[in-house]
Design a protein around this ligand. Structure first.
Ligand code: ADP
Length: 485
């Protein structure tokens, strides 16, 4: 079903209100006017009838008898004399209800059967509305003419309501014109209102269509009523959110493709080395010493591939399983000492001493992962520290959390490399022999684990030389001692 526009709905609603109000008010006003005019006419007829009755009683019936034909001529003369000034017709009836004198002519008719005349003959006030012989509506008022206590006759006044009706029809025409003007004004008002209400919505619909067709910079201009303004703002907020999500998706897409190309790159180097060594061996004609060296290369590069595969798997596990680390109470110092112990053969071979110092705080975390953090940092630190040097793992607990620092005596990190050391596949010294380092995933794994623990890790150079890697973790609120058992 096609939907009607705001314009049409408003127009119908306003017109309905306008027409009902205008027609209702006009009808009420006309009815009131008519009844007021009829009341006034009746009052006038009553006054006239009373005056005539009083005059007749005073002048003709001074001697207290009933009216009869002898009085007819005198009364007729009086009525004829006043006829030019009276807007109504006056009749004087005798006590039987027969006309003695009539300002409109033809005396002799009996009105005794009329309701208002009967009422007057009974001494009361009588009034009635009826249609005249000429088809007009007329008002009749009859009052008794009294001679002492006797009813001597009836003073009978009447008038058509023609002037009232023509006045009313005049008003009706004028009111119809006013109502028509009213409706025209309503049309104009509805049109204005509809435009004012619908313009912001039309604008918003256009903006939304533009947005949907790919122009993600399209934003609505909040205008119009409070509701359309709120709608525009809500749309803009939604558009911001969608735009941000799309940018994030694109960035994620870029990261992924860079990751894939980085991984392929990392795979190619050891594979080339292995292939080269294997081909040379296949060719034969290699001295025994060289043969051992080529085989050693193959083993070393295969190890590198294994390490790369393991590192990638670790990263994938940590980043893929957000919030699913098995968290428990971990004594950070224990984790650090276990890491140093595990690396002992390596660090001894490098001739570097490792000391774990400081506090023994408890944190919420995964013990194995935290041990891996320390191991990766220690591996790097002992690698860059010259033989005979010392690496310190310093643990401290403060008001803002727990800090674990790994301080080495190496060359430090170039300033321009500092912001990137935690990125995947990043190596600061590209010239360095690849075989001594990893694929540039060690610190990325550290950062991922620390993030999963709601912590932060930073790298910096120490003023006295060497670098420091600091891991900050939230401290575990001290648990109250619970009674044993
Ligand atoms: P890798 O597995 O190659 O060691 P990492 O992610 O652990 O990769 O480290 C990335 C790079 O950061 C390293 O190649 C190195 O250049 C630099 N780096 C890491 N630790 C240190 C350190 N203690 N001193 C100086 N440079 C470091």
């Amino acid at each position: 079903m096609p939907r009607t526009s705001i314009r049409t709905r408003l127009l119908v609603a306003l017109l309905a209100v306008a027409v009902v109000a205008a027609v209702g008010l006009s009808a009420y006003f006309l009815r009131e006017l008519e009844s007021f005019a009829l009341r006034k006419l009746e009052e006038r007829l009553h006054t006239q009838a009373r005056i005539t009755a009083a005059l007749v009683a005073e002048t003709i019936l001074a001697d207290g008898r009933s009216l009869d034909d002898r009085d007819a001529a005198a009364i007729q003369r009086a009525l004829d004399a006043s006829a030019p000034y009276a807007a109504s017709r006056m009749r004087v009836l005798d006590a039987r209800g027969t006309v003695l004198a009539d300002s409109g002519g033809e005396p002799g008719t009996s009105y005794a059967d009329r309701r208002e005349v009967r009422a007057a003959l009974a001494g009361e006030y009588g009034a009635a509305t009826r249609i005249t012989e000429r088809g007009r509506v007329a008002l009749y008022v009859a009052v008794p003419i009294k001679a002492g206590d006797e009813i001597a006759g009836v003073s009978y006044a009447s008038s058509t309501t023609f002037s009232i009706m023509s006045l009313l029809s005049d008003y009706r025409t004028r009111l119809a014109m006013v109502v028509a003007a009213f409706i025209a004004a309503t049309f104009a008002l509805a049109e204005l209102l509809a435009r004012w209400l619908s313009r912001p919505l039309t604008g918003l619909a256009e903006t939304a269509a533009r947005f949907a067709s790919g122009d993600h910079s399209a934003r609505a201009v909040p205008s119009g009523s409070a509701e359309t303004e709120a709608l525009a703002r809500a749309f803009n907020a939604m558009a911001d959110e969608v735009e941000r999500a799309i940018a994030e998706l694109r960035e994620e897409e870029r990261r992924k493709s860079r990751f894939v190309s980085d991984v392929s790159h990392e795979l190619r180097t050891p594979l080339t080395a292995i292939r080269g060594a294997a081909e040379t061996l296949l060719d034969g004609d290699v001295s025994e010493d060289d043969e051992r060296q080529f085989l050693a290369t193959i083993v070393r590069e295969a190890d590198r591939l294994t390490r790369l595969a393991n590192d990638l798997l670790t990263l994938q596990r940590i980043e893929g399983a957000t919030g699913e680390l098995p968290l428990g109470r971990v004594r950070l110092r224990d984790a650090a000492e276990r890491a140093a112990e595990a690396l002992q053969p390596l660090t001894e071979a490098r001739g570097v001493q490792v000391d774990v110092t400081g506090d023994d705080p408890v944190v919420l975390g995964d013990a194995d992962r935290l041990q891996q953090v320390v191991a990766n940092l220690l591996d790097n630190a002992t690698r860059v520290t010259p033989e005979g040097g010392r690496v310190e793992v310093r643990i401290s607990e403060g008001a803002d959390g727990v800090t674990l620092e790994v301080l080495d005596e190496g060359p430090g990190i170039p300033e321009d490399a500092l912001p990137h050391v935690f990125e995947r596949f990043f190596r600061a010294q590209t010239s360095r022999d690849r075989s001594t380092g990893g694929a540039g995933l060690g610190l990325a794994i550290v950062a991922a684990i620390v993030r999963a623990h709601a912590g932060v890790v930073t790298a910096a150079n120490r003023p006295e030389g060497g670098s420091v890697f600091a891991v900050r973790l939230p401290s575990l609120a001290p648990r109250r001692e619970e009674p044993e058992g």
